[in-house]
Design a protein around this ligand. Sequence first.
Ligand code: FBP
Length: 552
Amino acid sequence: MIISPLQSARYQYSPKLPGMLRNGISEICVKNGAPTQSVADQEKIAALFPNTYGKNEITFQKGENTAPAKKQVVGMILSGGQAPGGHNVVCGLYDALKATNPENELLGFLGGPSGLLEDSYRVMDDEYIDKFRNTGGFDIIGSGRTKLETEEQFAIAAEVCKKHGVTAIVIIGGDDSNTNAAVLAEYMAAHNTGVQVIGCPKTIDGDLKNEDIECSFGFDTATKTYSELIGNIQRDANSAKKYWHFIKVMGRSASHVALECALETQPNICLIGEEVAAKKMSLSAVADVIADSVAARAAKGMNFGVAIIPEGIVEFVPEFSMLIAEINELLAGEKTAQFNALPTWEEKYAFIQNGLTAEAMAVFAILPQGIQQQLFLERDPHGNVQVSLIESEKLFSAMVSDKLAARKAAGTYNGKFSAQHHFFGYEGRCAFPSNFDADYCYSLGYNAFMLIQYGFTGYLSKVSNLSKPAEEWVAGGMPITKMMNMERRNGKDKPVIRKALVELDGKPFTYFAEHRQEWAENTCFTFPGAIQYYGPAEVCDLTTRTLALEKA
Ligand code: FBP
């Protein structure tokens, strides 16, 4: 097989472990911290997790390893969207497991959680693992979005574990997958299966973080990859001086990815969904913010610029959410077929006009026709509009164009406006992990095995103090129930890990808000360039601006 020179060089990279894990397996012992409580709804969560609630936070430290000697067969699952560094979680887990006892085994369940339910797996060995060290992607075993959440599924999982003598399962996933890891841990404990469950915090979206988890893995590399591309586009814009670039970036609902990219590149505009919701902004008000920047720059002779749009933005616009809810109602059940049978867009438009309230119709009417049609084309399996597929970068550029035309007619704007559109998402999810993600992920995996060896279950592998050099990182574990509260999901109250949205009083947003007016009117672009894997630590081991500001 032909591999690239970088891939070959990355195979040789030795990920850095936290200082406390560097002395070899026999020199790692547990330091008990305080018992924990869930962040809210303590009584309800304690009642739902009688076997796993309230356990102590723990950290590892240098000292004699007192874990009982026991052969471990660990099953692991990669769950949800790809995030750079996933392979290193597997490698760290494998290395710790084999260093402890060469008889230990690691089974990778294939294609995500469904691999566990279908008993589809691969046994990891040196030859296979070595092909994936420090590389991006989840292709080592594949990933999937099946949710492990029902009693029936748990019973099947327990059977599969029994069949293979699995002693522990490691679930590498986001907030939902780790919530389900906690529920599975409770089930395994309640049924005396002897199977431990450990979670690892993954997602490029950056929305799995809280007072215990400083960041999810993959966020660092994905945002650096997008920021490189945005910086390149900014240079192009500043060279040609003729386009406004509207760049949508992934990140699902939360705007962490957009905000981090803005901190890295200083674009003219970056929308933040959480702010739009807090200020209850209309689509028109959001478009005005962008149009103001276009006009201010045009007045200085700069008919170009860059605007970053978070993937989830439209969900945060109250009037748009109301429109989506009405469309979902309008097409419920039989009515989708009726609508689809209408032969022309004019007839469909009339159907929509009849079915929506005047308020919703007023919002619908200002959308460009392409977006109007998109709302009725893309449906999820429940028949709902798939908001994430809406081309919001095109929506806002079309609305800005209309606003500028009106301003031109009123004599308040006299520039040229020509837009280009981009969507960055999949480009960053499987990049070679930055040194930060390579080190962090390897540490999470290594640490997950230490939690297993010491008999913990229902814990999230926790590595903190991440804005410092790896030597000073702190490795340990946190009961997942500590991060939970009760939330209404699909009409039921459920215990879940709270999703982290951008905090408008947090340091990253505050910094952005203090500088954005200057960035909107002038050209303050910065160019982060490509991720560097070799060279001085201040270039290669840089963490995100978000983490640096949060920990400053
Ligand atoms: P996770 O939440 O599973 O980590 O996925 C992140 C993400 O990349 C989102 O940013 C994006 O909205 C979504 O996955 C895309 O999903 P898919 O890969 O199914 O197209």
